[in-house]
Design a protein around this ligand. Structure first.
Ligand SMILES: O=c1[nH]cnc2c1ncn2[C@@H]1O[C@H](CO)[C@@H](O)[C@H]1O
Length: 363
């Protein structure tokens, strides 16, 4: 079928699926400002709102550690404060609805949102998850967007088994899966290491046995080998970023064959230094050409300074993804989301009907 540019743009604008976005990487700068003031927290520069904004948005790519530095300012505003956590989860829904998102999976590390001196026990962690869920539930009702959660363990923290327990306890309350991401401090210099053994591996294998969905950050600034590990050892169904998978054709072919979903985040890929602007062909373009299972997300709008539209514009205007590629990316996301089968089917039919596609369109 012929897809006219405008027609598809308008439809995609109003109906997108986003699979890779950090809830704690989505705080509004105004909210960080208000909470910091209220709590008397140290503000960067001369303490003006402009200085805060300047510190929160990364404009020049360096490395992942640099990209994650703004979390050191934002996280203390919400950690240990259940009403602030509920607030940011609610505001998240409003921001997503404004950018045309129909369905989103928001990820965060419950451990990072505990008060600084609070020992990590399941009850305290559960309070964090409940606060997020309250915010999401209010936001879903107010802004007509569907939101579920993914809980992260952070490399080197060995919190995976507790995260799996939380996923299990909250599986009927909007928590759909587990992720492994990087802590903002002590990011390994060249890549996010995906350990080949230890507690985190046990946690992911346990998650697989329990039917908890799995995604792992790999091949972002790290190598194709990390992606291989994430798939083969962590049983990951989806890969966070995965750009460097293209450096090893055998790993790429294996991922293609298994239909592994690659969660791409265009602005973030540039600002973490993972994919320099000078790269002749962004990996997402290769994924689109190969009809790989990829989608487009924001990662951390608080840090990139971009909402989803900005990421679509970057890949569309700069790297040359077509409207049809973007439409396909959304259908891929709906097919690879962690919703139960019936809800997934419903989401897919909803998208197809909005996009004006039927089963025979072969997109
Ligand atoms: O692009 C990324 N790569 C790896 N880790 C990330 C990225 N963005 C955020 N986080 C990490 O994930 C945690 C839970 O949401 C965040 O606190 C941040 O440390």
């Amino acid at each position: 079928m012929f897809l006219s540019s405008n027609r598809v743009t308008n439809k995609i604008l109003q109906s997108r699926v986003e699979l890779h976005v950090h809830l704690d990487g989505s705080l509004r700068h105004e909210t960080i400002w208000e909470l910091s003031k209220e709590k008397g927290l140290h503000l960067p520069g001369n303490g003006t709102f402009q200085d805060l904004q300047e510190a929160m948005v990364i404009r020049r790519p360096k490395d992942l550690g640099h990209f994650l530095e703004p979390f050191l300012i934002s996280t203390p505003c919400i950690a240990g404060d259940l009403s602030a956590i509920e607030r940011i989860a609610y505001e998240f829904c409003e921001d997503k609805a404004k950018t045309g998102v129909l369905y989103v999976e928001a990820r965060y590390s419950p451990h990072s949102l505990l008060a600084k001196d609070c020992p990590s026990d399941i009850e305290a962690l559960s309070e964090v998850v409940r606060a997020v869920n309250r915010g999401h539930a209010r936001g879903e009702a107010a802004f007509h967007v569907k939101v579920k959660s993914i809980l992260c363990t952070l490399v080197g923290t060995n919190t995976g088994l507790e995260v799996v327990q939380l996923c299990e306890n909250f599986k009927n309350e909007g928590v759909l899966g587990i992720d492994m991401a990087s802590p903002p401090k002590s990011v390994p210099k060249e890549f996010v290491e995906v350990p080949d053994k230890g507690i985190e591996v046990d946690a992911f294998q346990k998650a697989a046995k329990l039917g908890i969905h799995r995604t792992v950050h790999a091949g972002e600034t790290g190598s194709a080998e990390m992606v291989k590990r994430a798939i083969e050892i962590y049983d990951a169904e989806r890969i966070g970023h995965g750009y460097h998978i293209l450096e090893d054709n055998a790993v790429y072919q294996m991922a293609l064959q298994r239909g592994i979903h690659l969660e791409n985040c265009p602005w973030s890929s540039y600002l973490t230094g993972s994919v320099p602007l000078s790269t002749p062909k962004h990996p997402v373009v290769q994924f689109a050409e190969d009809r790989a299972n990829f989608s487009i997300s924001t990662d951390d709008p608080m840090v990139t300074g971009q909402q989803l539209q900005g990421d679509y514009e970057l890949v569309n205007n700069y790297w040359g993804l077509t409207e049809a590629d973007l439409l396909r990316a959304n259908l891929n996301a709906a097919r690879s989301c962690f919703l139960p089968q019936a809800e997934k089917k419903e989401l897919l039919s909803q998208l197809k009907s909005i996009y004006g596609l039927d089963e025979t369109d072969g997109i």
